[in-house]
Structure formats: C-alpha cells, structure tokens
Design a protein around this ligand. Structure first.
Ligand code: NAP
Length: 245
C-alpha cells in the first residue's frame, strides 16, 4: 500500500529534491505541488526524466498556492477523492523578502506577507490535512524551518523571516502537544545553509544534503519523536512531547 505524501513549494530548490528523495525510497505516492502550474509541471517532467528507471513510485502534480484557502481545499478534495487519507505533509514553501532588513526599518507589510506564507500557511495546511491523518491514525508532518528562527538566534537581521520561523517552531510544539498520544508526529527541521534561489551560490550545502534530514523526519517509524526541532537528524532543541508520561 502506497502512502500519500504532499510537498509544498516543490517546483525548485529543496522542495523539488524532497520529492526526488521520497519517490526514490519507494512506498510513497508523492504529490509535487507549486503555486505556478507551468513551473510545477516542468519540474515534474524534469524529475521523471532524471529518475527514469530508478523508481516505480508515482509522482503526481497538483497546483497549490499555500496562501489561498480555495487552493488548499482543492488539494484536500483531490486527496480525499482519490486516496481517502493523507500520510505525509511537508510544509516546505516559504519566502524570504527581507534578506538585509532591520527590525525598525521594515514596514509591517513585509512582516504580514512573510508570516502569511511561512507561518499561517503551514498552519492552514495542518488544519486541512491532519484530520485526514487522524482518520487512520498515521501521519508525519515536517515543518521546514530555519536556524534563523531558533530562539537563541534572535538578532537584528532578516526580521520578518526570523520571526516567521520562530513562530513556525512554536506552532510545531503546539501541534505536537495537541496530537500527543496519536500516531501523527509533527517536527520542525533546519536544512542548513543550502545553495538555492533563496540563498547564494556560495552556501556550503547541496539540495541533496539539505533534503536528507527532512525526508528522514517524513519517514519516522511509529513511536518516533514529535515536537522536536532538528538538523542533520539530531535535535537542535529537545522538546519531545509524545513520550509516555
Ligand atoms: P526556494 O528555492 O526559494 O524555494 C521556495 C519554494 O517555495 C519555491 O518553490 C516557491 O515557489 C515556493 N513558494 C513560495 N511562496 C509560495 C506559495 N504562496 N505557495 C506555494 N509555494 C510557494 O527556497 P529553498 O531554499 O528551497 O527553501 C525551502 C525551505 O527551506 C523554506 O522553508 C526555507 O525557509 C527553508 N530553509 C532554506 C535554507 C537555505 O539555505 N536554502 C536554510 C534554512 C531554511 P515559486 O517558484 O513560485 O516562487
């Protein structure tokens, strides 16, 4: 039986690589989503070509703008109608629109837009898909966060991005607490500093390295951690909430 995995913002960067690695494992039907349908379908075609003969796992495409409730609902309906349940949700899509910003200088609009995509949208995706996980008591949710959002790293640059990822880490803890006692595990992860359009070509990591820890959390065994914040399969912050009392 194939598990159904959804990856947001998967037309490029780390998201695209997550799709490649998950599909390569076998056992997953991976839904590559993007807000721009043309870019998403191009990414899917390129991935299929790259992976030709390497896996039988189906990779499908579905449009998804994570900031648009009706777009989320269309994906929920697609998953429900075709597969009944959801198994894996990787909240990867994000924006960084204040790379050189300072907290007192950036207009509130920048904060609002950033939190909309990086924090409220993962929450909306969880509200939409975790019920489809609880129905069969299996789910793995991975919130792709950043060391920039670690509480110890609240310095004065990238203020909107930093705040959005700090809040995403908080959201992860609250979700894990709410799901305690179930087999739906929710964790946050930092991929490290990875060469993508979000960063610079001199970033030290490849997308392959960045995606590995994310795919590991997406495939945790039953009884695995929940509410943690990880990098390289190790805890950055120890907040394992769903251990037996
Ligand atoms: P990226 O190359 O900029 O990719 C971001 C993806 O998010 C793109 O596919 C983009 O789509 C999509 N996206 C943005 N807004 C969206 C929306 N409203 N709906 C759907 N998709 C949307 O960034 P990346 O480096 O791969 O980052 C992936 C994740 O890793 C992010 O959560 C990021 O914060 C995190 N991260 C990255 C690094 C790093 O060093 N790269 C470090 C720490 C954390 P479009 O192509 O349409 O814009």
């Amino acid at each position: 039986m194939l598990r159904t995995a959804i990856v947001t913002g998967a037309n490029r960067g780390i998201g695209r690589e997550i799709v490649r690695q998950l599909a390569g494992l076998g056992g997953y039907r991976v839904i590559l989503t993007s807000r721009d349908e043309v870019k998403g379908r191009q990414a899917l075609a390129a991935l299929r070509q790259e992976m030709d003969g390497q896996t039988d796992a189906p990779i499908l495409y579905h449009q998804l703008d994570v900031t648009q409730p009706e777009s989320i609902q269309r994906l929920v309906d697609f998953v429900k109608d075709n597969y009944g349940f959801a198994d894996v949700l990787i909240n990867n899509a994000a924006i960084l629109i204040d790379p050189y910003g300072r907290i007192l200088e950036k207009p509130l609009e920048i904060y609002r837009a950033t939190l909309e995509t990086n924090t409220y949208s993962p929450l909306a995706m969880c509200q939409a898909f975790i019920p489809l996980m609880l129905e069969h008591n299996y789910g793995r949710v991975v919130n792709v966060s950043s060391g920039a959002g670690q509480i110890e790293n609240m310095v004065n640059d990238m203020p909107a991005y930093r705040l959005s990822k700090l809040a995403l880490n908080g959201l992860t803890l609250m979700l894990a607490d709410g799901l305690k006692g179930t087999n739906v595990l929710v964790n946050a992860v930092c991929p490290g500093w990875v060469r993508t359009e979000m960063t610079t070509p001199d970033a030290p990591r490849s997308v392959q390295e960045g995606a590995e820890g994310i795919v590991w959390l997406a495939t945790l065994p039953d009884g695995g951690p929940s509410g943690g914040f990880f990098r390289d399969k190790g805890l950055i912050m120890s907040n394992i909430l769903n251990q037996p009392d």
